[in-house]
Design a protein around this ligand. Structure first.
Ligand code: 2AL
Length: 243
């Protein structure tokens, strides 16, 4: 089984970290590979970043389709391009936010999300509403760290995330915390130990869900709205998408 983790931003060190986190939890016999788009934002922390990154995600799905990938994970917490990605393949495509929300509801009745910058909270809130999880989430919190600070050992990112998780535990009436960024994939154990709550991390959650779906021979439905897009010409620099 080959699971492809797509980091939607173009920071190679984060892609490597995401790949390593996925490989750590994968079953023996599962191959985990990690890629990122060739072009796009180095981090995703706005609606604009998200919109641009979605094109890169879709290009990575097209590439994966020529490489025998069995399931894809979109490893950014906004799940950019998720439904469009599903249109391009029969393989399962799982976003890390949806994966984390699903697993959090299986181990707690209420959870909070701890994400990066305050301005990205609305992205997680929209997803919670769209996916039907809003009722399970008490609060989306921000540690106020830019995504790329997670790549910088000197930036105290871990301490700030732990502080925010402790506040969530003390104030939100929750049973679990969801980490709100793919760049936090290597911090789960330390945060769990420091905070004393189950910590659901999306990259690892998505890998295990992808393995489950592939094992159960459940792929993306091609009946209805997730059918392959109608073939049509694309103009200008997107003309390759119509071929
Ligand atoms: C993210 C993420 O997971 N990757 C990225 O570049 N931005 N999410 C976030 N909330 O900042």
């Amino acid at each position: 089984m080959h699971i492809r983790l797509i980091n939607p931003n173009t920071t190679a060190s984060m892609t490597e970290k995401i790949g390593a986190a996925g490989a750590r939890v994968a079953a023996a016999g599962t191959r985990v590979s990690a890629t990122n788009p060739e072009a796009g934002p180095v981090s995703i922390e706005s609606h604009f970043d998200e919109a641009i990154s979605a094109v890169g995600v879709l290009e990575e799905i097209r590439r994966g389709e020529t490489e025998g990938v069995d399931a894809y994970v979109i490893a950014c917490f906004g799940d950019p391009g998720l439904l469009a990605a599903r249109e391009l393949t029969v393989a399962p495509v799982i976003g890390i936010a949806e994966a984390a929300f699903h697993l959090a509801t299986l181990i707690s009745t209420r959870f909070s999300v701890v994400t990066t910058l305050g301005r990205t909270c609305i992205i997680a809130e929209h997803l919670l509403q769209n996916y039907g999880f809003a009722h399970h989430c008490r609060k989306v919190r921000a540690a106020e760290i830019p995504v790329l600070d997670l790549e910088d050992d000197g930036a105290c990112a871990l301490d700030r995330i732990i502080d925010e998780c402790r506040r969530a535990k003390a104030e939100d009436g929750i049973g679990a915390i969801v980490l709100g960024c793919g760049g936090m994939a290597d911090l789960t154990d330390e945060i769990r130990e420091a905070v004393g709550l189950p910590i659901v991390e999306g990259v690892t959650a998505a890998v295990k869900l992808a393995e489950s779906l592939v094992s159960l021979r459940l792929g993306t439905s091609k009946y209805g709205d997730l059918a392959f897009p109608r073939q049509k010409p694309f103009t200008g620099r997107f003309d390759y998408l119509g071929r």
